[in-house]
Ligand binder design. Structure first.
Ligand code: PLP
Length: 377
């Protein structure tokens, strides 16, 4: 019996079509896209075609996209650019941002952290009260990686523009899971990551709005309209282009998104029915349809996850990046959970390939894992 992979917010399997699309660029088409001969021009064309696909995925023009090495680079570049273009250092972030945003904001200067409520919804009054002319950057996420809770971005771009601050959007968890229109979010800068949408790891893109004053992080060659030096990761870029096309088709199909959400609901309902005292975090908030984060009282998430893995089910206890750090999820703590509750919460994240049979297998495994752990005491 093959395993059930329910950790797609951590990373996704590379789609077979993506592998096919990028393989020629690992074989014969290895040329540097900036080189002056026809074979290189063909590679440069492939890079531009991929840029156009990614642009279509997020409702923008190819000129507004710069390829990066992924989410962490995009976020670091955006926050660093904001500090340099405004000459200010203060950052405003939510309490549930990814570690990259929190740490880069802290490294840059003073940080105002806006709280969320028990459902993971941002305190919008607190947010707008914090945006003044001392702010370099407001950095918010489109969707939370641990709970799937969506951020209400209404008015944030206007508020930032009024005081000369930069609005950066961490859009890493959005594309492919819901339709994304970056210009409509009002963001000056926005970060995308390929490996969350069935492209390879180590490739991403930074959206730079027409009115953004972007200051590059990586200096050197004039690649990427002088926004990001370094010879392009052509196989990654081509792979991201192919993945973007598939993600756009998927997210444009309401029935496909509903199917994933219905499977997520089936998983949630099954877990709630099987585990006394279980609770879904952020259940009352608008959420991604592929994500559930559940309190399963009784056992440490780490132990339950090990037992689940034994039974062929892969899930996690929140951000994969934070797995290296001890302690419960800062996201769940920010939502008001106690340390014990937070350390007994599990995240399951589905992909467009997750089947009903897999969800049912995961539920059986969960039941079995908890029975075994209960018996062990
Ligand atoms: N932002 C969010 C919301 C994420 O979930 C992640 C990855 O876990 C990142 C940023 C970092 O992206 P990458 O792994 O591409 O550096």
């Amino acid at each position: 019996m093959s395993g059930v992979y329910l950790d797609n917010n951590a990373t996704t399997a590379v789609a077979p079509e993506v592998v096919e699309a990028l393989l020629p660029f690992l074989r014969g088409q290895y040329h540097n896209p900036s080189a002056p001969y026809p074979a290189a021009a063909a590679v440069a064309d492939a890079v531009q075609a991929a840029r156009a696909e990614v642009a279509r995925l997020v409702g923008t023009s190819p000129r507004n996209l710069t390829f990066t090495s992924g989410g962490s680079e995009g976020i670091t570049a955006a926050l660093s650019s904001a500090r340099r273009s405004t000459g200010r250092s203060r950052a405003v972030v939510s309490a549930v941002e990814h570690a990259v945003v929190r740490l880069e904001a802290e490294a840059g200067g003073e940080v105002t952290t806006v709280p969320v409520d028990g459902e993971g919804r941002l305190d919008r009054e607190g947010l707008f009260a914090a945006i003044d002319d001392s702010v370099a950057v407001v950095s918010l996420m489109l969707a939370n990686n641990e709970t799937g809770v969506l951020t209400d971005l209404e008015g944030v771009g206007e508020a930032c523009r009024r005081v000369g601050a930069v609005f950066h959007l961490d859009a890493v968890q959005g594309p492919g899971k819901l339709p994304v229109d970056l210009p409509a979010t009002g963001a000056h800068l926005a970060t995308l990551s390929g490996h969350k949408l069935h492209a390879p790891k180590g490739i991403g893109a930074l959206y730079v709005a027409d009115d953004a004053d972007f200051r590059p992080l990586l200096l050197g060659g004039g690649q990427e309209q002088e926004r990001r030096a370094g010879t392009e990761n052509v196989p990654g870029i081509v792979g991201l282009g192919a993945a973007a096309r598939l993600a756009r088709e998927h997210a444009a199909d309401p029935a496909a998104l509903e199917t994933t959400a219905a499977l997520r609901d089936r998983l949630e309902a099954g877990a709630l029915a099987r585990v006394p005292g279980a609770r879904v975090h952020g259940a009352q908030a608008p959420r991604l349809g592929n994500t559930t984060n559940l309190l399963l009282p009784g056992h440490e998430a780490r132990t339950t996850l090990l037992m689940l893995a034994e039974l062929g089910v892969e899930a996690s206890a929140g951000s994969a990046c934070s797995a290296h750090r001890a302690g419960p999820s800062p996201v769940l703590l920010a939502m008001g959970l106690g340390e014990e509750e937070a350390s007994r919460s599990l995240r399951f994240s589905l992909s467009r390939w997750t089947s009903e049979a897999e969800v049912d297998r995961a539920l059986e495994a969960l039941e079995q894992a908890l029975e075994t752990l209960d018996a062990l005491g």
